[in-house]
Design a binder for this molecule. Structure first.
Ligand code: COA
Ligand code: MG
Length: 328
């Protein structure tokens, strides 16, 4: 390990994050009754400009009256390039009460974007005597944000998670795709010809680079990396495949832009029982090995060593948090 240690991420369950437009209050109760770990009440792109004030009023009322149980509640504010942003922060922070857990900042481009919102929140919390500090989550969804991601990830003690927003990112990079978080038939590789002259087309993951970059920046600062939206909510297989890839890369959860995606996310980002069992076996085998003075041992014909303990602990700890927080 480096002499610089990274503090462990805060233990908030974030497998599924269900978005609800602030202009559809009947959905608030349905979201509250869902199995989502986090609910994000949206003031930004799911709300038309003329409806922003009404959406704020709806969200403030919901935060005071709706029983969201043990779920974490986030509000996505408008970006710092809009004139709605300051009023979102001021009204929500001053009027919504203690139930609010998180504020999500979209389209973060530089660390000072986070600093500015932190400053506003801090002043309001002090002024109103709020007991529990509101935490921050930011969306990386522009090439500017991805370029500055390391500074952004270290910009505030309130920051808990980084999220990847594929649609705005694609627009910002001028990528030739309109798919939200899915595949693209032009982003493929052709294999070399086999002995019969045949070639295969292999679909590739056009989101791999920004998501991997986000995972590494987030983890280097002790934050949770969260995969963003998958727009085609009729395509459960597509969602599942994307989620499984990002779970392997290190993401802790994924957005749900329709309730049908919540169960998919919860299933994928709960470590599979076989993985948990193997992790537990590794810890037992390494403990036995240590008792015999061995740092590397064999388990089922495969090498495990001290690094395996750290890999196994990640899985076991994640599973323990899920059990603690879901009571299952
Ligand atoms: N939260 C909670 N419940 C929701 C919901 C949500 N986001 N979206 C839909 N539902 C409910 C519907 O009310 C309906 O309930 P019912 O069976 O009791 O009638 C059920 O789930 C099925 O909904 P469906 O008819 O398939 O969807 P819809 O046409 O009403 O809405 C969307 C589809 C995509 C417009 C809607 O899901 C939505 O607004 N999602 C969030 C979008 C968002 O916030 N985007 C910003 C982040 S990218
Ligand atoms: Mg966006």
């Amino acid at each position: 390990m480096s002499f610089t240690t990274v503090e462990r991420p805060s233990a908030r369950l974030n497998r599924s994050q269900l978005f609800v437009p602030g202009v559809r209050p009947p959905l608030f109760e349905k979201a509250a009754a869902s199995e989502a770990d986090v609910i994000c009440l949206d003031l930004e792109d799911a709300v038309a400009p003329a409806d922003k004030p009404q959406a704020r009023t709806n969200i403030i009322a919901a935060l005071k009256t709706t029983n969201f149980g043990r779920k974490s509640i986030s509000v996505r504010i408008n970006g710092l390039d809009t004139h709605w942003c300051y009023r979102d922060v001021v009204d929500i922070m001053e009027q919504a009460g203690e139930r609010l857990d998180l504020i999500m900042i979209p389209k973060v481009g530089v660390a000072a974007d986070v600093y500015a919102i932190d400053m506003l929140i801090t002043q309001i919390e002090t002024a109103i005597g709020r007991k529990k500090p509101v935490k921050l989550e930011v969306i990386i969804e522009s090439v500017l944000g991805l370029n500055n991601i390391d500074a952004i990830a270290g910009a505030s003690k309130r920051l808990e998670s980084l999220h990847f927003g594929s649609a705005d990112f694609a627009a910002s990079a001028r990528m030739r795709t309109t798919n939200i978080g899915g595949s693209n038939a032009d982003y493929v590789m052709l294999t070399d010809k086999d002995s019969n002259g045949r070639r295969e087309t292999h679909w590739a993951d056009l989101w791999h680079y920004p998501i991997a970059r986000m995972v590494h920046a987030a983890r280097a600062h002790g934050l949770r990396p969260i995969d963003g939206p998958f727009g085609d909510y009729s395509d459960a297989d597509g969602y599942n495949t994307q989620a499984r890839r990002t779970a392997v890369l290190g993401c802790e959860g994924k957005w749900a832009i329709h309730p049908s995606q919540v169960a998919l996310a919860n299933a994928v980002y709960t470590p599979p029982l076989a993985e948990v069992k193997r992790a537990q076996e590794i810890l037992v085998a390494m403990k036995d090995g240590a008792a015999k003075g061995m740092g590397a041992v064999a388990l089922n014909g495969r090498l495990i060593d001290l690094a395996s303990i750290r890999q196994a602990e990640v899985i076991v700890q994640q599973m323990q948090m899920i059990r603690d927080q879901t009571g299952s």
